[in-house]
Design a protein around this ligand. Structure first.
Ligand code: FNR
Length: 185
């Protein structure tokens, strides 16, 4: 059997570094793994429990089903103000209210990209904390924190050009696959 992972992207910017990485992942997947993108987090309405109590928006239900059906999720996100962007937190807040909760026992890998030196490390640890409440199985290592993005991307061609980073991404996806196989045993 093959494994299938889905990606959730935390930036809405057209030339987003994180978007370039998320887009590159299907081609970087190791043998036996396929990867596809979830819908845009822009499609999640602002979370409101009154709306949830009436009925979950159909987009939220659809995203929850795709996550439930996947063997793992790869979250690729920028760091905003030492945390995750509000837009992706909003999407996660919606998804966390579904029953069954799609992140429960779900293998999850986190990737962050930043022009700064430490590659979004602080956002990763905030995200990990939220995923604790969601009972997600967040991959511990390797941690993918891509810093100094300006040197590693061709923003005209929207390509991740740094070969070491590309190889490192494949290693993390392999580690997520190993975690997913262990959980399915
Ligand atoms: C940022 N940026 C940023 N970078 C970082 O490393 N740590 C941070 O705390 C922040 N904070 C922050 C807040 C806000 C509101 C913005 C708009 C930006 C810079 C950020 O890493 C940069 O804009 C990236 O290019 C965003 O990722 P995408 O959109 O290129 O994927």
């Amino acid at each position: 059997k093959k494994l299938h992972f889905v990606t959730l992207l935390g930036s809405l910017r057209k030339a987003s570094y994180n978007g370039i990485v998320a887009h590159a992942l299907p081609a970087l997947a190791p043998e036996g793994v396929s990867i596809s993108a979830l819908g845009s987090i822009a499609e999640f309405p602002h979370y409101n429990q009154d709306v949830q109590d009436q009925a979950f928006p159909s987009f939220v239900l659809a995203m929850g089903q795709q996550i439930s059906a996947a063997d793992g999720v790869i979250i690729v996100t920028p760091e905003y103000n030492y945390s995750v962007p509000g837009v992706i937190k909003n999407a996660l807040d919606w998804l966390s209210r579904l029953t069954p909760q799609p992140f429960a026992r779900k293998p999850v890998a986190i990737q962050t990209v930043s022009p700064g030196m430490i590659g979004g490390a602080r956002a990763q640890y905030h995200l990990r904390q939220s995923m604790v409440f969601m009972d997600a199985l967040v991959l511990n290592k390797p941690e993918v924190m891509i810093g100094q993005a300006a040197d590693k991307f061709d923003t005209d061609k929207l390509e991740l050009t740094d070969q070491k980073t590309r190889a490192f991404l494949t290693r993390q996806i392999q580690a997520l696959a190993d975690l997913a196989w262990r959980e399915q045993r």
